[in-house]
Design a binder for this molecule. Sequence first.
Ligand code: NAD
Length: 491
Amino acid sequence: MATVTAELADEYLNLVDGQWVGARNDEWIPVESPRDRRTIARVPRGGEKDIADAVNAAGRAFPGWRDTAPRARGRLLQQIADALEPHVERIARIISVENGNALRTQSRGEVNFAIDVFRYFGSVAGEIKGETIPLNATVLDYSRREPLGVVGAITPWNAPVQLAVMKIASALAAGNTLVLKAAEDAPLAVLEIAKIADEFLPRGVLNVIVGYGTEAGEALITHPDVRKLSFTGSTAVGSRVMAAASDRILPVSLELGGKNPQIVYPDANEDWVAQGTITGMRFVRQGQSCTAGSRLFVHKSILDSFVDKVTTNLAKLKVGDPLDEDSDIGAIVNKKQFDRVCGYIDDGLQRSNTTAAVGGRPPTEGPLSEGYYVEPTVIVGVENDWRIAQEEIFGPVMCVIPWEDEDDVIRMANDTHYGLSAFIWTHDIGRALRAAHSIEAGWVQVNQGGGQVLGQSYGGYKRSGIGREFSLEGMIESFTQRKHVSIDTNR
Ligand code: NAD
């Protein structure tokens, strides 16, 4: 295994009111690396008191930050982007060590994307505009987009830096202050980013607490002074966040899970399509992506030959140590998730008539048995109403479901509680557009399988969430409230 040259500290602290502090109860959470199951650092086990300190600090910082000129706020965000540039490699290595994502295929790109996010929201901070309404000759009516106040943000571990920075940059650009509860499984790179951001921001504008969801997370979503909840994570916890918000009529943004369909038409039995479905499945992120196209609907007439193409291309991807430049695919984030994924694979393969076209149960000896590694797995012969086709596995497991009739495949694609993303593969643009318009998902891609793009109002239908944060419009909708001022100019 490659040595960890990342500059990891033994101990990381929370950021509260511009100070780096341990948890008030002096308790800690060990952070284990999924690449070799070694403990790599410890972080504070933040709880109610830490959240209260952070929310109070954010509340004190709010008036000053709100009244800072938007373009001046934007300039600070851009300075943070510039300051992050020299740290890409170091922070990318930390992500790979803490959450198992491969350095070459994932983590470097994630940090570069985060820099772009600071630049994007920094550059549009001055675009938060209101309107005037032509009521009559003497009344001037105009609207303002005002920030909400203290935002409580909660993020998961799968793309920890990208998802945290999305919330930090957009909420702050709009003039809010923020308390971020980072994911306990992968908090280190986020704290490294906060360290750099904190050098530019006034104290209390950005606060970061690490802790468990049931402790720090609950304290944040129920704190009376938080004015907005912005959550990315599972649908089950998203539902709890929404319930807590309803007690105080708080606005919420929820970016939740997915069980996304990929539909392969008979005219698309080609190698580039097979490669595209592998990208869409996010196999190089171990399938740990909300947009993973994990239900592969393949037309019956091309089933065997298309699955062959998928497995041939998958065999070219190497599973290995996330820090190794040769690895395309890294490790599953933790034991809980590893056991869960293995449970789903067992469940799928125990059914009669299913086969693993590739992958299957994880290795029990050799270097890959030292961490939480699972080979990419393609299960053929699945039916759409089975558990493995309905529940979000959040692992490298793709279910292949045959189809014959176009109406039927659209019905199956929509037969899920989720509605985040979808992928359609065909040369027939008419068919592609018919399918794209019929599918219940916030983002449909045709003949491409890439990840989210900045500036696009990305988000979910159905239980995949509400709200959009990835764009200027999303930032305005998610992090400001509209106020009208009406003036009788005759008096
Ligand atoms: P999770 O819901 O278990 O945890 C997410 C965060 O919520 C963590 O920080 C956790 O500590 C916190 N949390 C847990 N219980 C809480 C509670 N009761 N109150 C407040 N906070 C609580 O999700 P996860 O396993 O970390 O992440 C994977 C999930 O995230 C998947 O479902 C995935 O699809 C989803 N996700 C969605 C998007 C999107 O943009 N739609 C992006 C990434 C991940």
